[in-house]
Design a protein around this ligand. Sequence first.
Ligand code: ATP
Length: 335
Amino acid sequence: MEKELILEVKNLHTSFKTGKGEINIVKDVSFNLHRGETLAVVGESGCGKSVTVHSIMQLLPANGYIKGGEVNYYDGKGKETISAHKKNGKAMRSIRGAKIGMVFQDPMSSLNPVYTVGSQIIESLRQHRKLSKAEAMKMALEMLKKLGIPDPEKRINDYPHQFSGGMKQRVVIAIAMICNPDIIIADEPTTALDVTIQAQIMELMKSLQVNDNKSIILITHNMGLVAEMADQVAVMYMGRVVEYGKINDIFENPSHPYTSALLKSVPVLGMDKSQELVTIPGSTPSPVGLKPGCEFADRCPHAKEECRGKDIPNFEITPGHHVRCILFNDHQEVR
Ligand SMILES: Nc1ncnc2c1ncn2[C@@H]1O[C@H](COP(=O)(O)OP(=O)(O)OP(=O)(O)O)[C@@H](O)[C@H]1O
């Protein structure tokens, strides 16, 4: 059966104007998200994962702007282009929250300490739907119950500081989910939490995806989480998707030298015990004054002269498995 495309990011470019000039942070990023699936966007700190999703949501800081590309949202009824070069505040406000919900890394930065959790969930709901306070309250209670918050009738009137870290993150998920969006963007949703709580939150997200057919974009640098959660994976390095494919393409046939290095540098459940972890030589370059050509060339064991000087195209090595590396230039180029 053909999978239903729900979000399409095509050749997205995002830059920031800074005191040191303009810096290109997201470069030619493309990926697809299908209904009921999880796309993991993975890569080291600073590679542009958050800027990519903030571009999709048009939540960039004042000095950031989308230079090119398209973001297409499909809701089953047709295509809606939610961002290109120009800002489209009205269309975006109807999409943010209602069609795409966001869960950020630190629950405290998403919750307002001076309002009860109930009023924050209701506020999110009433922004998009005409409901009485009582109806909204009933829906908020049902959502808290569904997300495993014990004693929701009492807890709904509590303030965020009265919740533990894991429970706060459940409240953030409740706010993201209350309007029943098709897509949830989760930006490192468990980084600020204890390991056992992390597992519970990820299980909760997985159950929403499976039971309610939600699509998730999971931003993470945790390859273990990727292995557990993802259907599709986009590996990013210095603002580019260097490898993109199905979970098995990435774990069983990692092809970009950066993906291979990344997988060798982190422990993944089920890996051979005799396999040593290897650190990636060198460090990520600064995005300011970056040399042209492959951004990974200076750290890559296979680097050749051709890797430097001009942008490296994307090659399709098997259907849907794309690698941005000249080692594969005998394959079909894809845009
Ligand atoms: N407002 C800004 N002005 C200039 N540069 C910025 C701005 N915001 C982010 N950047 C730069 O964009 C790059 C990518 O940042 P981003 O937060 O997307 O990385 P990330 O992959 O999500 O990392 P992390 O895992 O640490 O969150 C970084 O080099 C960062 O310094």
